[in-house]
Design a protein around this ligand. Structure first.
Ligand code: AMP
Length: 249
């Protein structure tokens, strides 16, 4: 089976994102950037499926600045076979990302697309669903378990009250929950090997896809909490506070 794994370059998840002073977005100048954690999970799952000889080729795709090469190389060091970088300096909203991915799905004809359920920068949680709808494919979102067999994908989804198990007919778009696996660190020899793997770069303007942004970020505000927190030293102290101060039990 062949799989496409889209990967987005975002502010590293160990760093607290800072809102730009004019509220127009998140500050990324001089900030450490990394692969979106949900996409790392997707790459890991694809690599594990390749190790089990279920998947034969993993193609990673990123859309963004030329610097996105670094996360594509990381994905290849983890085990992806080749990368495609679609370069643009403009912010690309979910609908546009889905249109671009559709272009590559039609060209590469994978059996499935495995991607993060959301990008950790703006938490849109939309691209996978839009892509599935545009392709007319089945979708399994927020998956925490994946089993593939001939022409089918059995996925476990986390839902509010428990788990839902779905059987999908391939081709399909699957989006990952972090619980799916524990992504590996790339070893130094694999980082060296990844430098030689094919990485195709194409300018977004050369794809001839009609993209118009339909969303405008009006402002981004930092969450401010007026709640105060305390640490109590025993369960009895907690129960006492819940009963006598908060009066909730
Ligand atoms: P979102 O809908 O923006 O929260 O993103 C969901 C998933 O879409 C991400 O986990 C990525 O797999 C994919 N994605 C979103 N933006 C990009 C991008 N610029 N390049 C590659 N993949 C992306």
């Amino acid at each position: 089976m062949k799989v496409i794994v889209p990967v987005k370059r975002v502010v590293d998840s160990n760093i607290k994102p800072l809102v730009k002073s004019d509220g127009s977005g998140i500050e990324i100048n001089g900030v450490k950037m990394s692969m979106n954690p949900f996409d790392e999970t997707a790459v890991e799952e694809a690599v594990q499926l390749k190790e089990k000889n279920i998947v034969t080729e993993i193609i990673v795709i990123s859309i963004g600045e030329i610097k996105c090469q670094d996360i594509l190389r990381t994905a290849m060091a983890m085990g992806a076979d080749r990368g495609i970088l679609v370069t643009t300096d403009q912010a690309v909203e979910s609908l546009s990302v889905a249109k671009i991915l559709k272009h590559f799905v039609e060209k590469e004809k994978p059996d499935f697309v495995l991607m993060g359920k959301q990008a950790s920068d703006d938490d849109m949680n939309a691209t996978g669903q839009i892509l599935a709808a545009k392709l007319g494919w089945a979708q399994g979102t927020f998956i925490s378990k994946l089993e593939l067999s001939e022409g089918k994908a059995k996925v476990t989804r986390e839902i509010d009250d428990g788990q839902e198990i779905l059987e999908l007919t391939l081709p399909a778009v699957l989006t990952t929950d972090l619980r799916l696996n524990e992504p590996r660190y790339a070893s130094l020899p694999n980082i060296m090997k990844a430098r030689k793997k094919p990485l195709e770069t194409v300018a977004l303007t050369d794809l001839g896809i009609d993209l118009k942004n339909s969303l405008e970020i009006v402002s981004i505000k930092e969450f401010s909490s007026s709640r105060e927190s305390i640490i109590v030293d025993s369960v009895d102290a907690l129960l006492d506070k819940l009963k006598n101060e908060a009066k909730v039990i």
